[in-house]
Each structure stands twice: as C-alpha cells, then as structure tokens.
Design a protein around this ligand. Structure first.
Ligand SMILES: [Zn+2]
Length: 285
C-alpha cells in the first residue's frame, strides 16, 4: 500500500471523492492511499479469482467501505474506495503460472484527530494485508472445469493432478460487500469471504455445506461486532453452532442490514464533522 507522497489530492480525484462525501472536501481534509484489494494468486483455501472476475469485482468495489481490523465500531476507522483499476504485472507469475494480476483501489479517509495514528500506520506501511467480502455465482474446478457447487467432481482442491495443483476458480462475482485491513493474515476471518447459495448444497456436497456454514458464521460475527460490540464472540459462536444454515443466513442478513445502516450513519457523521459522543466511545473494542 502506498500513500500519496506529497499529500495533495489532484482536483480530478477530489471530484470523484465528492460523489461520496456529503459536503465538498478540501485537499487538506482528505487523506488518500492505494491498496491492493485482491489478486489472482491461489489463496490459503486453494481458491483464486480469474482475471475476468477481478475486472467485475473492480467495478463492484467502487464506493465500498473499508474497515480496520474488523472493527467498525469507530467511525474514524473506515475508508472508502473511490476508484479502482485492474493491473497486470508481467514480470511476476502466480503459483499456477499466470501473470500476476490484482485490483488496485484508491481509497480516502476524512482526516480527524482520532485517525491520525492510523494514517501514520498506513504511511509507514504497517497496514498491509487486506481481505475482501464478496459473493460469486460460480466456483469451477481448475482441473476438469466442472461447476463444483452444482455438480461436484472427483478432484480435491490442493492436490496435484498431472503435476498441476487443483484449485477452485471463483467466477461471476455477484456482489462486493466490504474490504478490511487485517492485522494477522492467518486469522480465521482473513481471506476472501465467499457467499454461496444454500440450494446448491446437496447431500453429495456435505463439505461445501460445512464451508458455507463457516463463511456465514464469520460474516455474521463480523457484522455483529459492528452492531453489538458489547456481545462476546464466544457467545455468538455458541449460538451459531445451534442454528441451521437457513437460520444462520437469516441472521447474517439481518446483521448485515443493521451494520450497513450503522455505517451509513457513520458516514453521515463523517460528512458533518460531528464529534463522537461519549456513549459511543464506550462501546469500542
Ligand atoms: Zn474437477
């Protein structure tokens, strides 16, 4: 991630940012930086985005909110994407031999007293890892090309077939939710959060159902941290274990709606340059 060196935002970019802010912002009020949102490298789940998916996702991520360390309880800890582009680095290859391709996003924050430290961390390159939340319609086996969610196939991701690693190709992104900076990339929430349609999970596809369940759970817990920061993670985990996939999905949707409402409220506060109330800061985690 590179912050803009000379700290001045070109007029053209201020105009783009102006589409999202509730009031006109000056160069001094705005902090901008670039971040790699996702790429076509095989991830730790042995899944990867195709270049076509990255192109669609790049469009879907414009306007989306970024959060820091999955903590949305503070209004000062969010940034927003105002421009994206897909970049191919021909000098670098992915582990399956494709030219390395990534989504570079430009994001902005409104400078406040409270996000001074965070901005310093971004400047220093400390906040490096990002994860994205999105939904894809199709997951395809890289070996046989079968749609593994609707049909399934005999290949196991992560295993070698004829000298090539099998991975699942994430295709046809339907939506992008938000993106975040993660302190520890190996943590459970890090990586891509993919949404699956539960109808596609037949009995023959048990392991997918289990994965879907895990993804629903982490999305739910993340959104719950926004709307109910005082609720303990272990309590939520325990509740999630008792719920069916359908109920989990209902709850995930409900929390997402709430979280989005809260975020848009936060944006309004940002735009109005309101000060945070004491009661709000009590709920920070
Ligand atoms: Zn296959």
């Amino acid at each position: 991630m590179d912050s803009e060196k000379n700290n001045s935002v070109p007029a053209q970019e201020l105009e783009l940012i102006g589409k999202y802010a509730r009031k006109a912002l000056t160069q001094e009020e705005v902090y901008t930086f670039s971040v790699i949102l996702c790429d076509n490298e095989i991830d730790r789940d042995n899944e990867k985005f195709t270049v076509a998916s990255l192109k669609t996702l790049a469009e879907l991520f414009v306007g989306k909110t970024g959060i820091f360390d999955h903590n949305m309880s503070s209004k000062d800890q969010t940034a927003r994407v105002y421009a994206t582009r897909v970049v191919t680095d021909e000098t670098r290859k992915t582990s399956d031999g494709e030219p390395y391709t990534y989504i570079e996003a430009k994001a902005y924050m409104v400078r406040t007293e409270k996000n001074k430290d965070l901005i310093a961390e971004i400047d220093a390159g400390i906040k490096k890892e990002t994860s994205v939340g999105c939904a894809v319609k199709v997951t395809r086996c890289s070996v046989c090309g079968e749609n593994v969610r609707s049909r399934g196939c005999e290949h196991q991701k992560g295993k070698q077939y004829g000298g090539k690693i099998c991975c699942h190709l994430l295709e046809e992104p339907a939506d992008a939710y938000e993106w975040s900076f993660v302190a520890v990339p190996a943590q459970k929430n890090a990586g891509v959060i993919k949404s699956f349609s539960p109808e596609a999970h037949t009995a023959a596809n048990e392991s997918w159902a289990e994965e879907y369940r895990t993804e629903l759970k982490s999305a739910l817990i993340r959104d719950a941290a926004t709307v109910m920061p005082e609720m303990r993670g272990e309590t939520l985990e325990a509740i999630c274990r008792e719920l069916s996939i359908e109920r989990l999905k209902d709850m995930r949707d409900a929390f997402r709606k709430k979280a989005e409402k809260k975020l848009s409220f936060i944006r309004q506060l940002d735009a109005n340059c309101d000060t945070e109330t004491e009661s709000n800061s009590e709920y920070k985690i």
